[in-house]
Ligand binder design. Sequence first.
Ligand SMILES: Cc1ncc(COP(=O)(O)O)c(C=O)c1O
Length: 450
Amino acid sequence: MSRRNGLDRRSFLKTAGAAAALGALGARNAFASEGMHFAAPSPTDPYDFDEPYSRLGTHSTKWDGAVADFGEQIEVGMGIADMDFRAPTCITRAIAERCEHENWGYIRIPDSFNQAVADWEMRRHGLEVDPATITRNNGVHPGLISGYHAFVPPGGRVLMTTPVYSGFYGSQRFARVVAEESPMHYVDGRYSIDWDDFERRVSRCNVFLLCNPQNPTGNCWSAEDMLRMGQICLEHRVIVFSDEIHCDLVPPGSQYIPFASLPDQDVVNNSITFKAVSKTFNLPGLKMAWYYSTNPDLLERIRSHTRSDLATLAVVATQAGLEEGDEWLDQLLPYLGENHRFAEAYIEENIPTMKYRAAEGTYLAWLDVNDVIEAIGAKEAAARHNESSSSERTPAQMVQRWLAEHAGVALNPGSSFGVGGEGHMRMNLATQRATLETALERMADALSRV
Ligand SMILES: Cc1ncc(COP(=O)(O)O)c(C=O)c1O
């Protein structure tokens, strides 16, 4: 295991409790022993995103889950969409302060919470949101499921442009609705809407689920594209659900435009926006999100299918991020942008069988591995596997397995992101640059030997 990156699994596991505790506090952020006084960095302090911060032994899906799935040879977890960095100081401090009060009865969420969401939207994205329309819940999936229950009859269809976030398929199955996939055009590493296909399919759907920025391709949709989508949906009486959970993670140089900011009020009134700062501040394990709409009828209908039971620490951490997390995020975004450029340059120079054009938004890299599939015979291996097994595997899943076994790197297979995803792997870049470099080096080395 790479000691250079502070990722010694065996020693970490032995001291997991102590290490996790120490890691959570850290030197600069440590509580003074005579109480819970918290030494936060001043707003001008640089955060250190290069700081090694092992998550092994903390039951993390990204690291421990990869070891559980692929075995001890896993050296680097680069799957799933969460981040490897230490949490922003303001969040650790808010949680610690709340923990000083040792009572965990029911929480009454303060009115200032919705105001914090509205202020964030205005400050970060120039969008005015009425705090009274913000409806909190336990995650974007529960919100989408409420929306399907409200607007899509069982067996009804939800349009998506693919490849798209794999988790959408699971919540649609759960809600007994059907994915209607409109594959995007893919030219020179960039994706765009196939408008004829989109328009042909939309007429048989109840909802269009937009992902902005799009996981896994990183597309930040332009106002023109979204207006066109929105107007087509309006014509066909199809409601737009806009999942904008990745919106805060757009590195300098690209722009996120909220669907709710489009200059056509009828289009905006035909939509519900689903958001969270669970990606922004890396809080997905705490479970909190919200949705809002400018249309009171849509809101009333979806709210009647929503039940939220929120945990106190989720509310505390989320509000702290919304109110005090700007500086941390402002420092993170250029780091993530550099990681995209680093991966792009490294792959170009050292991994001839992979292609990658730096994404516009998200911290996800969508790697074209069609030549890897050829080089390692993944199609043939999948066919052989499928002849003798009841659980089907795709060529992309064979690449996933091959990289896990030969490079010790865990990625997500493109085939789980719907039509058009095959031939790709998704790699999460929200990690220390040294860890990213290790993952790339290990893949380059393994692939140079085939
Ligand atoms: C586009 C998108 N929507 C929703 C989710 C799920 O978010 P949560 O776990 O906060 O519900 C994810 C997680 O990766 C995502 O990428």
